[in-house]
Ligand binder design. Structure first.
Ligand code: SF4
Length: 294
């Protein structure tokens, strides 16, 4: 879900309406079936060389490899990382991390950092064996942890905080229009902030709750209303509020089947046939997206 804002990449961008980051959906396969997944679609395949060439030709400095799950196609994903790296792009990856140990160590080193989505800690992680994933977290020196937060896992925050991390980013679950079924329910930002205020997050200086414009829109809240709520509980250090749309932070999505989308449109896979355009000159298309507005 944080793939729409390129994972932790958005934390290092400024809203300057200049193409900076391409979130590249390399495939539509995953080894898991998460209850909150927004990437439920029936399209398969893997990004081809024609699309990759367009990504390479763009002025985007940073390419965030996402999938569904990039490591469901380890060999092809590895070749893609190598190609982008050889062409001077900074490359990172968002993955569930389960297959990370199967990657060639030299390819791993080409990644600037890895965002691993976990949604659980030592007691509550349920995607695979916790001890195995812990070992995978050590394979790269810059491993960040992502957790999606919703009503059903709000009480697990302290457990999630215990996962070793350089940066840990929590993001609230968003309702999306996809072709599958989501069985979790969104918690209001007020409820989430309250839960974090009661948690141990203040003891973790590199753990953040990230709230972006899509969350504000879902809750029908303004930036100043949210800022007031954050101040009331004294969580200014641990909540990052992204006040401009991710598009204005220079982020666009390119999919494995040759579509280009704004970050907000990329959340709704059911609508890709209408919202996605055939990828062409990415810099030009980015400017057109910005001129239309968000
Ligand atoms: S690991 Fe990610 S892509 Fe795979 S099902 Fe879960 S949320 Fe979806």
């Amino acid at each position: 879900m944080s793939g729409a804002i390129a994972g932790t990449a958005i934390l290092n961008t400024k809203p300057e309406e200049k193409l900076q980051t391409i979130t590249l959906t390399v495939n539509n396969k995953c080894n898991l079936k998460c209850s909150h997944c927004y990437l439920q679609d029936d399209d398969t395949g893997f990004v081809d060389s024609e699309i990759l060439n367009k990504v390479i030709k763009s002025t985007a400095k940073h390419i965030v490899i996402v999938g569904k799950e990039p490591l469901a196609d380890i060999e092809k994903t590895s070749q893609t990382i190598q190609l982008l790296n050889e062409n001077g792009k900074q490359v990172s990856m968002v993955t569930n991390g389960i297959n990370l140990h199967k990657m060639d160590r030299n390819i791993l080193k080409m990644l600037k950092y890895i965002d691993i989505s976990m949604d659980g800690g030592p007691k509550t992680y349920s995607r695979s064996n916790y001890e195995t994933i812990l070992k995978n977290l050590e394979l790269h020196p810059n491993t960040n942890i992502l957790h999606t937060i919703y009503n059903e896992n709000l009480e697990n925050i302290n457990d999630m905080l215990e996962v070793p991390h350089k940066i840990m980013m929590f993001s609230p679950y968003l309702i999306t229009d996809n072709k599958g079924i989501n069985t979790v329910t969104p918690a209001s930002l007020k409820k989430i902030i309250k839960a974090f205020s009661k948690s141990k997050i203040k003891e973790y200086p590199n753990a953040y709750l990230m709230i972006d414009t899509y969350h504000l829109e879902q809750d029908k809240l303004t930036v100043s209303e949210l800022e007031t709520q954050i101040k009331e509980v004294g969580l200014e250090q641990n909540i990052i509020l992204i006040k401009q749309d991710a598009l204005e932070h220079g982020i666009v999505r390119v999919t494995h089947n040759g579509k280009i989308l704004t970050p907000s449109d990329s959340l709704h896979t059911q609508r890709y046939d209408f919202t996605g355009r055939e990828v062409g000159n990415i810099d030009e298309q980015y400017k057109e997206f910005c001129s239309v507005g968000v």
